[in-house]
Design a protein around this ligand. Sequence first.
Ligand code: 13P
Length: 252
Amino acid sequence: MRVKLVAGNWKMQGSLGGNPALLKALACGAATLESVAMAVLVPAPYLFQTQTLLSGSPCAWGGQDVSEEENGPFTGEVSVAMLQEAGCRYVITGHSERRARHLESDQRVAAKASAAIAGGLTPIVCVGETLDERERGETLQVVFRQLDAVIQGVGVHRLANAVLAYEPIWAIGSGKSATPEQAQEVHAALRSRVSSSDWVVGAGIQILYGGSVKPSNALELMRLPDVDGALVGGASLVANDFMDIGRAAATA
Ligand code: 13P
């Protein structure tokens, strides 16, 4: 039985003054949910504030990106060791916004995930297709290409220490999530792709769905057999909505 994970990706949002109210609400809310893991992925400047406010609570935290390099002249990048110092458990790798805006290749995403695992962090590795790719019938081809690079770069056994997230790009921030049928089809395909390399890893790996998850659609998505939680953007900035999604995962 895979435990569900509901993770909030704040993206480039938040403020030093506004974060405490949200973080304290999550710390209290997460304590009421026994069967679901909760986490927030915050901008790097807020990691230490998050650590201070969530330490001792069941809500974990993490970064939104990490360098594959250990240290050195890499302006603007954040290392695994820095995330460790901030008490992070998770880090997102390969979010579509970074793949698109920062031209991150599949191999680079794999190297980042590998570095994170080597440092004891759990990477949340994102995959997903554009609307054009879906309409051309290339969805599985695209997500398999992205996944295969990670299986190859990380090694399938070490993938047991990672989380996957299927985030169709057309569903992100659009208000229009994938249908349950679309999500289940891709999640099941991703799982069987991992299983074909290692059955145990495939059966155990958490695969989150992301893309316009909100309280009104969370329950039907969380009930799908191969959906093990959610990677939530916009709704994770509203404490009540994020906790409602957590409760949907707990009851699913
Ligand atoms: P939204 O929930 O705002 O669609 O964002 C999803 C996402 O990109 C999470 O990483």
